[in-house]
Design a protein around this ligand. Structure first.
Ligand code: SF4
Length: 423
């Protein structure tokens, strides 16, 4: 999971000027800290326990974000082979193989921010709440640079999130603190952790508010816009800057809603996107759907950085719960209920499932979920084969044919409101 700041599809937001500054400041800030040793630097997984790092004064870099940039810039295709040659299979996470391949090839799309490589960390912190791949990914660098790799081994495929699960993850978070303190050279301050959790929660609430704006008709923010706009929610979670950014964006979206201005000039159909973005085809897919006057109004992916459970009064415990309640960490039952609720909230006419070849963790059509949703909600479903970064798994021609046929099918279907969507 991750995001890119590449403005490939962004549809004219005033706030985007600030977004570009923020993302550039993030990359150059982490790089400076790594080069000048002015602050400890950590790498963190995208939905990992970043608040602990913020509270300890770390500058934080997110390799999944780098993976997405490699995909969007299409450098991924040039470098993945380097990781495959080391024994990392072409069938595993193409963020991992892109990132390790880029390191081995000495390439990075961060060069446009003046960086010659991803900033080298002092410590790597993972959580396997999203997948095991992130641990293997970080352990490569731990071996390469002889650095500490610490993390949380989480539960996966949870039905109900029970207190016993939260207890276990809370204990693992507590156990991480001495290692994080040792590298930071300071003790964890309780007030600093509460502040970081408070800021993460505020960021999460504001980001949700932005995404929820697209429950309006027409939707002011498309999935393709949101993959760009989500940058601060990923790489600056737990900071005041991220909160300020989403106040700005939320106000702009509210203006668009009041003015009836949508992401597309005309919105005939509304779709939901489940699964990873196809980073190297973001612009093409945005144009394809726009040409069909079809707005992709919501997604599981962009909602992955909404953490409702975070509570500064109970920082560690609420971080544990928030990490377990994530969609990606849940069983098929909660996933189905979530998608049914989102389909109603956003009044969608259809669901698109991206079956990403190298990310089974974020591909939700492999255990019959799409068929069950068709039956329970009556919403038409399209499955697109592809991948987040490995474009050898994606056929432009087949995707175009399938999307066009799907929209044609929608022309003959009952509208969302008739299936119980909001009027
Ligand atoms: S396997 Fe999937 S969830 Fe894990 S890092 Fe890769 S893309 Fe993200």
């Amino acid at each position: 999971m991750a995001t890119t700041d590449r403005p490939a599809t962004e549809s004219g937001f005033r706030a985007s000027a600030r977004l570009k500054e923020l993302m550039a400041g993030h990359f150059t800030g982490v790089d400076r800290a790594a080069r000048e040793k002015s602050a400890p630097v950590a790498w963190c997984t995208s939905v990992g326990p970043v608040e602990l790092l913020r509270a300890l004064g770390y500058q934080v870099f997110f390799p999944e974000n780098h993976g997405a940039l490699l995909g969007a810039s299409r450098v991924a295709g040039e470098v993945m082979g380097r990781a495959h040659a080391l024994g990392y299979s072409p069938d595993i996470c193409s963020y991992l193989t892109s990132d390790i391949g880029a390191y081995l090839a000495g390439k990075t799309p961060l060069s446009r921010f003046g960086l010659s490589a991803a900033p080298r960390p002092d410590l790597l912190l993972y959580s396997t709440n999203q997948c095991r791949e992130v641990r293997d990914w970080f352990e490569f660098y731990g071996r390469e640079w002889n650095l500490p790799v610490v993390g949380v081994t989480s539960f996966r495929d949870l039905g109900e999130v029970e207190d016993s699960h939260v207890d276990a993850i809370t204990r693992q978070l507590e156990a991480l603190i001495p290692a994080l303190e040792a590298v930071a050279g300071r003790r964890l301050d309780a007030a600093a952790l509460e502040l970081a959790v408070d800021r993460s929660r505020t960021c999460s609430d504001l980001w949700r508010q932005c995404l929820d704006a697209s429950a309006s008709r027409p939707a002011p923010l498309s999935f393709f816009d949101a993959t760009i706009q989500m940058g601060p929610a990923v790489v600056l979670r737990g900071t005041a800057e991220a909160c300020d950014y989403y106040r700005l964006l939320a106000a702009e979206l509210a203006e668009r809603v009041a003015a009836g201005r949508g992401a597309l000039p005309r919105e005939r159909f509304r779709l939901y996107w489940d699964g990873m973005p196809i980073w190297g085809r973001l612009r093409d897919l945005a144009s394809l759907f726009a040409g069909l006057e079809t707005s992709v109004v919501a997604s599981t992916y962009c909602n992955s950085w909404v953490f409702d459970a975070l509570d500064p009064r109970h920082p560690l415990r609420s971080m544990a719960r928030a990490s377990l309640e994530l969609f990606i960490a849940r069983a098929e039952g909660p996933k189905q209920r979530y998608l049914e609720r989102m389909s109603r909230q956003f009044q969608v006419d259809g669901l698109v499932f991206h079956d990403a070849r190298t990310c089974p963790n974020n591909s939700n059509v492999r255990f019959g979920l799409a068929q069950r949703l068709r039956r329970t909600s009556g919403v038409p479903v399209l499955v697109l084969d592809g991948d987040l970064n490995d474009l050898r798994c994606f056929s432009d021609e087949q995707a175009r044919t399938n999307v066009e046929a799907f929209v044609e099918q929608l022309e003959g279907s009952a509208p969302a409101a008739a299936r119980g969507g909001r009027p």
